[in-house]
Ligand binder design. Sequence first.
Ligand SMILES: *[C@@H]1O[C@H](CO)[C@@H](O)[C@H](O)[C@H]1NC(C)=O
Length: 294
Amino acid sequence: MSYSFSMLCKNVVVPLFLIGLVTLLCVANAKPATFLQDFHVTWSDSHIKQLDGGMGIQLLLDQNSGCGFASKNKYLFGRVSMKIKLVPGDSAGTVTAFYMNSDTDNVRDELDFEFLGNRSGQPYSVQTNVYAHGKGDKEQRINLWFDPSADFHSYSILWNHRHVVFSVDDVPIRVYKNNEAKGLPYPKFQPMGIYSTLWEADDWATRGGLEKIDWNKAPFYAYYKDFDIEGCPAPGPSACASNPTNWWEGSSYQQLDSVAARRYRWVRMNHMVYDYCTDKQRNPVTPPECLDGI
Ligand SMILES: *[C@@H]1O[C@H](CO)[C@@H](O)[C@H](O)[C@H]1NC(C)=O
């Protein structure tokens, strides 16, 4: 199970005679999981194709259907990452989503990445949102500084007791801090599943719905590989999620280091195109979590 091997690899407090064994396990784990080890198709089997013996997948959107997949387990804290190559060319009106969700209707916790396509040559946008105990409406959008359809890039969500960090490659694009001290809810009690979908949302996605999907360009394809989930599976050993020695709870994951903080500021200064924090129409009073700074 990838979870326990990862724990060993990253918390090497092991008697000397075991190091050989641990090395073996770590090497065994160096290979990313296949799609079917951790996921299953949830929407339109006919539109998802496995590639490379299940190491990668292709998602297809046409006028009949989009498609989607989900993790078999839910997880409480950890880090999820995958590499995605988004719909190329004229992708306006398409949305590729990668998110975590507790699936608990009105008290749901959710962490969203949504990739909003665009007309050829226009930048892709990434929208992030956070729901904590049913309260969402925290959208932020950045325009990507590279063409995410030209190659695979890694997209990850790190989730520990202190904060949630959304990253693109090694660049943090969103940090949601645990502000329970200020009385704000933080996703911490409910395990979340991992989901992804490719669908059509031309009523809102691209320039607020002004740009419609061009079905002459269909089918649209997105590609995924290098699925990596490290976290506490639920149901699972209940002590896992509160174990302070989980690597994702380690001191270097409790806040952004100086390099990451600098990159995060760079994204916010140069690439942010929407922030609910500064949308005075929606939020005449600045939401309290927005007063944190970086
Ligand atoms: C699409 O391109 C336009 C023009 O450059 C830009 O304003 C917009 O933020 C881009 N993204 C979306 C999703 O509309």
